[in-house]
Design a binder for this molecule. Sequence first.
Ligand code: ATP
Length: 260
Amino acid sequence: MSSSSGAAAAIAAPAARSADLPPALEVRAVSHRFGALQALKDVSFQIGRGEFCTLLGVNGAGKTTLFSLITRLYTSTSGYIGVAGHDARRAPREALSRIGVVFQSRALDGDLTLTQNLQYHAALHGISRPKARIRIGEVLELVGLSDKAGARASTLSGGQQRRAEVARALLHRPELLLLDEATAGLDLRARADLLSLVRRLIASEGVSTLWATHIFEEIAPQDHIVVLHKGAVLADASAAALAAGGDLGEAFLSLTGGAR
Ligand SMILES: Nc1ncnc2c1ncn2[C@@H]1O[C@H](COP(=O)(O)OP(=O)(O)OP(=O)(O)O)[C@@H](O)[C@H]1O
C-alpha cells in the first residue's frame, strides 16, 4: 500500500495477499477537479487480492468522485488507475469487465421481477441467456434471495433490494466489488446483514472489495482502511494499526481535525 501523503506514509499498510497477481485495484497519484474545486488530490493506494478495504470519509471527502473515476463515469486527467493490472484509461473494457458496482442510489427497475432485472444486466455484459439463467440462480443463492426470484423489485425490502444489487454486481464474476455507502437508508439489522454478506463473498467468490462509508461501526480490526478527507488520503493502514489500541473514531477525528 502506498500513499503520497506524509501522514499516510507514517502508518504501515497491510501487504497484498497474493504476490503473484497484480493488485485488485491500484490508484496512483490520481487528482480530479470540478472547476475551481479540487475534489481529489494526488490519491494513491492499493487493494490486494481478497482484501476488504474500507474507504472512510465524511460527506464530501471525495469517495463518490473516486468511484466515478474507477468506473470511468469521469475521466481522470492525472494519475493511474489499474484494475487487476488493467489500465482503466488505456484498456477500459478489460478494466471495467472486472468491476462490479453497487452505487449509492438504488438501481433496480421496480416494475420488473428480480430475475428480469438480472437478465437485463446479464445481457448488458454479453452473457448468453442459457449461461445467464444458471448464473442468476447462483447469485440469488449467494445473496439469500432465491425465493424472491419472481418478485417485483418494488415489493422487496430496502435490505433485500441492496442484496439484489450485490447479486447483480456479481453476475459477470468481477474481481473487484465497489460499494458506495451501500448501507445508506437501511436499518441496523439490514446494515449488519449486508455487511456480513459482502464479507462472506470475499471468502466464497474471491472478490476484493472497496467499501465506501462514513460509519465506523462497519469496520473490523483486520480491515484495510483508507481515510479520505477533503480529497486527500490521510491514512492507509489496517484498522487495528490506525486505532493503535485505542478508539478508531477518536483516531479518525484526530486525523481529520474533528470533522465527522
Ligand atoms: N459533479 C460535481 N460538480 C461539482 N462538484 C462536485 C460534483 N460532484 C461532487 N462535487 C464536489 O466534490 C467534493 C467531493 O464530493 P463526493 O461526492 O465525491 O464526496 P463523498 O465523499 O462521496 O460524499 P457523499 O458521501 O456526500 O457522497 C464535494 O465537495 C462535492 O461537493
